[in-house]
Design a protein around this ligand. Structure first.
Ligand SMILES: O=C(CO)[C@H](O)[C@H](O)COP(=O)(O)O
Length: 275
């Protein structure tokens, strides 16, 4: 049976909400005091689920945003807004929730569809546990399969032409500076005053158990590509969240400990990191 675009959009929203409520139920413990809040449309439901717990649970918690959108979400929900820049050295967030544009079988992520990737990575890596929430469209065997717009890369504007050249040399097909939203002339400007380049690559190989793909034949493993991208002069941060997961390192993990997917049949699929 075919679904209309409107029905499909409703299904997607329902699945985002299901994933968000389940993730909050499983990972937001009442004793927690510091919580990271990511960006995007799925995180709206995370904040809704948290606010629904009421002040008896949330009043002892501080919430740390990943940009101006999540700042507004936290404030509008009446939750205590704090900043990661004020988190004392040696302290971590108890948990951080965020969405993703694509999630592979190894829980590597593409993020940055909403242009918030740099702060998102800092907040995720500042948390003891990073939990991803998404709808069924984000599940993918390998990054670059479902999300075709390219890997979001945050760049210093003056370096953008050189970065584009280098990305093409690395095999990216038609990397582009992301334009501003309707009504804004020129490039999109991030919360950090930088630009975003979207760089499509051929689907990325999982790093685990694979010969390192170094791009020589146009094929990269996630880790090899990420390590190469972050070294390009002018690149501030990349939208690949990769490397070790939160079970393997005490802090600094970019990969989630668990990813929650709202499915089209109304169930929630949970994928957890293996050690
Ligand atoms: O990385 C992000 C923003 O930079 C978002 O988490 C990602 O784009 C997913 O967004 P949505 O929940 O709207 O699908």
């Amino acid at each position: 049976m075919s679904t209309t675009a409107e029905e499909q959009a409703k299904l997607v929203e329902t699945s985002k909400r299901l994933a968000a409520y389940q993730a909050v139920k499983d990972y937001l413990l009442p004793e927690y005091t510091r919580v990271g809040i990511g960006s995007g449309s799925t995180v709206v439901y995370v904040v809704e689920a948290i606010a629904a717990l009421g002040p008896a649970v949330t009043s002892k918690m501080a919430f740390y945003p990943t940009g101006s959108q999540s700042e507004e979400l936290i404030e509008a929900a009446g939750l205590d807004l704090q900043y990661i820049s004020k988190l004392p050295a040696g302290r971590q967030l108890d948990v951080a929730f965020d969405g993703a544009d694509e999630v592979d079988d190894d829980l590597n992520l593409i993020k940055g569809g909403g242009a918030c990737l740099w702060q998102e990575k800092i907040v995720a890596a500042s948390a003891k546990q990073f939990v991803c929430v998404a709808d069924f469209r984000k599940l993918s065997p390998s990054l670059g399969t479902a999300w075709k717009k390219g890997i979001p890369i945050e760049v210093l504007p003056m370096a953008a032409p050189r970065v584009l050249d280098e990305l093409q040399r690395m095999g990216s097909q038609n990397p582009r500076i992301r334009p501003g939203l309707p009504g804004k002339a020129g490039a999109i400007v991030t919360d950090n005053g930088l630009w975003i380049i979207d760089a499509p690559f051929a689907p990325l190989l999982l790093s685990k158990g694979t010969e390192p793909g170094d791009g020589n034949n146009g094929v990269w493993t996630v880790d090899a590509l990420a390590d190469a991208l972050i070294k390009i002069p002018g690149v501030a941060e990349i939208g690949l969240f990769y490397g070790k997961n939160g079970l393997q390192v005490a802090s600094g993990a970019q990969k989630p400990v668990a990813a929650y997917f709202g499915m089209a049949d109304g169930s929630v699929e949970v994928r957890t990191a293996s050690s």
